[in-house]
Design a protein around this ligand. Structure first.
Ligand code: ZN
Length: 200
């Protein structure tokens, strides 16, 4: 099922996600819906907050991008990135493992808005996968950027929080417009009821 992706201005995007203690059948169905939604929107990552659910859960698949390389290391040895895609991250923790570099980013919750964001070029990741197993790996390039962008979402942090002041000023009018559009939509709908909350 394709879920509704919420835009900047929706309060769910500022919520820190709750940890998932186990991967229930309902959570698995939700993960499948998140992938379906992400592919439909042609994204490479999607966090639960972006579909209105404040959980520590994100999905990623960088296989569709061929002009921006990704790397992955398991126990210090290079491993094929594709073998780990699609990737489910539950309760993820990241630690920087490389120098900070700028790179272009967009976000499904900010349609048509792009900017360069500076982030560590590689990170160590700990997370549960959708089988409830702990996974640990180091990743670099586009995958590292995607992981950090999604983990930010899970903590209520948005890429605009990491933009340079200059970029944010240049985008100010678009951001303000998007935020007010989202708020107006929410008002029209009345008290928020995201059906997904019942997926717990
Ligand atoms: Zn995003």
């Amino acid at each position: 099922m394709i879920l509704e992706v919420v835009n900047y201005g929706h309060p769910a995007l500022r919520k820190k996600g709750e940890r998932l203690e186990s991967v229930t059948p309902a959570a698995r169905k939700f993960i499948a819906d998140m992938f379906e939604t992400m592919y439909d929107f042609k994204g490479i990552g999607l966090a639960a907050q972006q579909v209105g659910v404040a959980w520590q859960l994100a999905v990623i698949d960088v296989r569709g991008v061929t002009d921006r390389p990704s790397t992955l290391e398991l126990n210090g040895k290079p491993a094929p990135v594709d073998d780990f895609m699609p990737l489910v991250l539950i309760n993820p923790e990241v630690k920087p493992a490389g120098n900070a570099v700028p790179g272009p980013e967009g976000c499904l919750s900010f349609p048509e808005i792009y900017a360069d964001i500076t982030r560590p070029e590689s990170v160590d990741v700990n997370a549960l996968n959708d089988a409830g197993e702990m996974v640990r790996f180091r990743c670099g390039g586009l995958l590292a950027r995607a992981v950090q962008h999604e983990v930010d979402h899970l903590n209520g942090i948005l890429f605009i929080d990491r933009m340079t002041r200059k970029d944010k000023e240049e985008l100010r009018a678009e951001l303000d417009w998007l935020q007010s559009e989202t708020k107006a939509e929410l008002k029209k709908k009345g008290p928020s009821k995201t059906g997904r909350q019942s997926a717990q």
